[in-house]
Design a protein around this ligand. Structure first.
Ligand code: AMP
Ligand code: FE
Ligand code: FE
Ligand code: ZN
Length: 284
């Protein structure tokens, strides 16, 4: 039987709703041979996931998803096979999370100005043990009846062009890649379909990212059509990038549970690991 994997899963340590244990249990039930835990700006879900996977014969690949910006363009960069317990790295992440908290408070202030009342306490209770983000705020907007859906929360209040949007502190792509490489990881461009390519061809953007050290691209993703997969697979080939894929599951955070919606062959994990190790061995 072919071994299948999902390389993009969020837990409740960032803006997913599953605990790491639950994510592992669910992935096992879906028949996956390996998963990557890729929370936004935190690695706190990785050790609990590894512990939970111990007797289940499912491999946990340590990962992270960092946000970067190129000319005002949002980019998400995944890191795999990272040394998630590295102290300096943990400090960097804690710093990013502290800035996220300040930004979240600023969003709540702006919401207050339009008569939407969510207290700092309510928000931080929800995002208690991890990394706070807009999905937490969207959930509260929904729960408190200000909007009728999560996507409505983004549309009406906190989406990129909405009245209460506050920009997030972002790394440059090179900084994000260097952080990942600094802990032995390999950097992969997440959900390339979401990149704003209105005023610059996507291929140019990707070529720049490759120069910055990106070595892989998420060809398979819950939001990609077959055409998207083909397009990004072609791009991967032209730029000699490793192809990856994952569901980008946020638990119940996004309408439906996505774990296992995207399953890619374990062979791709082997390629990813090989690319990571050969770079480490070459020392760059
Ligand atoms: P943040 O990192 O705090 O800016 O929040 C980004 C999170 O919000 C990611 O998990 C996105 O997938 C999610 N997100 C962004 N826009 C939307 C949207 N329109 N509907 C649902 N989730 C969204
Ligand atoms: Fe998220
Ligand atoms: Fe993302
Ligand atoms: Zn994600």
């Amino acid at each position: 039987m072919q071994r299948l994997v999902d390389l993009h899963i969020h837990t409740n340590l960032s803006d997913g709703t599953f605990s790491p244990e639950k994510a592992v249990e669910y992935s096992k039930a879906k028949g996956l041979a390996a998963i990557a835990i890729t929370d936004h700006d935190t690695c706190k879900g990785i050790t609990p996931a590894i512990m939970a996977a111990k007797d289940l014969d499912i491999e946990i690949i340590p990962g992270i998803e960092l946000s970067a910006e190129m000319d005002d363009r949002d980019l998400h960069i995944l890191g795999y096979f990272i040394d998630w317990q590295n102290e300096e790295f943990s400090k960097k992440l804690e710093h990013i999370i502290r800035i996220r908290k300040e930004r979240a408070k600023e969003i709540l202030k702006r919401l207050k100005r339009v008569n939407v009342n969510i207290s700092d306490e309510e928000l931080f209770k929800l995002a208690d043990f991890g990394c706070v983000g807009r999905l937490h705020i969207a959930k509260l907007l929904f729960k408190k009846g200000y909007v009728s859906s999560i996507s409505g929360a983004f549309k009406e209040y906190i989406g990129d062009n909405s009245p209460c949007y506050v920009k997030k502190f972002k790394l440059s792509p090179k900084e994000a890649v260097d952080i990942i490489k600094g802990v032995g990881g390999i950097a992969v461009l997440a959900h390339p379909k979401t990149i704003n390519a209105k005023d610059r061809p996507l291929e140019d953007i990707i070529a720049l990212l490759v120069k910055d050290g990106i070595q892989g691209i998420e060809v398979y993703h819950s939001d990609h059509t077959k055409n998207d997969e083909k397009k990004f697979a072609d791009i991967a080939e032209r730029h000699d990038l490793v192809m990856t894929g994952g569901s980008d599951c946020h638990g119940f955070g996004k309408k439906q549970i996505l774990i296992g919606k995207i399953k890619i062959p374990y062979e791709l994990v082997k390629k990813l690991r090989a690319a990571c190790w050969s770079r480490r061995n070459l020392g760059h």
